[in-house]
Design a protein around this ligand. Structure first.
Ligand SMILES: [Zn+2]
Length: 336
């Protein structure tokens, strides 16, 4: 086993002691898209002891452009991302304990997934679950690495409970819904998540071996412009999470999905949406599907998904009674 990691052990920041620490660590990756597949590949090859990968989605052709663990066979076999990732990674390094879990992470189940985690890594595409991770991180004193990539831009930062400002300090409150671009509306080129995922995985290694060079700043890169910037982040004095109020974990915030009996539709409620501009939302969604709207509602169709969105952020997702799927579609197209 030492031979497998010999080049990494030679690196002074890791060494034999660092390698042992990696081997005794449990890493949880939430979200297995472009970022998640890069992080998982990197950490399985680097020899962390245990990796749990959680994702709610299946693989589609438009994922293959950037989600490096998956291939066309996985799509033909209709595999969920978490299972395909587990199978591929077990062939890369059989000495790592790899667990793929197909689930929608929410306030009712997140603590169960993280009970033995030494670090949490962000492979997500929505803010809501990141605020939830932030709550669990602070409550149980588990470090986590935030990372996001969209278009040609990505950003990352490490959050160490008790040492650094938290994620809610950074974004003092939820950004307004219906205004945030997602990969499904603004697009993404693969170099952005490739670099961001790599930064997240090296950050995980630093934290796990106890290195001092942990990234406390917000790093922002633009792979198209070729820029790399750092911003100092300070604590927010009114941050609820830093004061022990875990509002997302307590279920006070977040999307609520309810299947509408007998209608083959799910209603998604968004308590913090405020008023969203249907005009702006229409402009964004027109690039990916068919949109019609007036001042009262917006109707959006893409593939087999049809949804109706109201100015208060409420949506009806048609042709399904699957609440988790409806929340996912909402996060994908409306943005959270
Ligand atoms: Zn805070």
């Amino acid at each position: 086993m030492i031979d497998r990691y010999s080049r990494q052990i030679l690196f002074s920041g890791i060494g034999e002691e660092g390698q042992r620490k990696l081997g005794n660590s449990c890493v949880v990756i939430i979200g297995c898209g472009a970022l998640g597949t890069i992080i998982a590949t990197s950490l399985v090859r680097a020899g962390v002891g245990k990796i749990r990968i959680i994702d709610r989605d299946f693989i589609e052709y438009h994922n293959l452009q950037r989600q490096v663990l998956f291939d066309e066979d996985d799509i033909r076999s209709q595999l969920p991302k978490a299972i395909a990732a587990e199978r591929h990674l077990k062939r890369v390094n059989s000495s790592v304990e790899i667990e793929g879990i197909v689930a929608d992470v929410n306030f009712t189940n997140i603590e169960g997934f993280l009970h033995d985690a030494d670090i949490i890594l962000d492979g997500l595409d929505n803010f809501e679950t990141r605020f939830l991770i932030n709550d669990v991180s602070l409550k149980h004193k588990i470090p986590w690495v935030y990372g996001a990539a969209i278009s040609s831009v990505g950003m990352t930062r490490s959050i160490i409970p008790g040492e650094t400002p938290c994620f809610r300090c950074l974004l003092a409150n939820m950004p307004g819904r219906g205004t945030i671009p997602t990969c499904d509306t603004a697009g993404v080129i693969n170099a952005a998540p490739f670099i961001l995922g790599s930064l997240e995985s090296v950050e995980a290694m630093k934290i796990l071996v106890g290195a001092e060079e942990i990234n406390r700043d917000l790093i922002v890169i633009d792979v198209w412009e070729g820029t790399f910037d750092r911003f100092k982040i300070s604590a927010h004095k009114d941050c609820p999470a830093c004061h022990g109020k875990y509002e997302f974990l307590e279920g006070e915030y977040g999307l609520r999905a309810t299947s509408l009996c007998g209608q083959d539709a799910v209603q998604v409620l968004n308590p913090e949406a405020g008023t969203i501009s249907l005009e702006e939302l229409a402009a964004r969604l027109k690039r990916v599907g068919q949109v019609t709207y007036n001042e009262f509602m917006l109707r959006f169709t893409v593939d087999t998904c049809e949804m109706v969105v109201f100015p208060d952020g409420r949506a009806i997702v048609k042709n399904t009674d699957d609440e988790s799927l409806a929340r996912g579609l909402y996060a994908k197209y409306i943005g959270t």
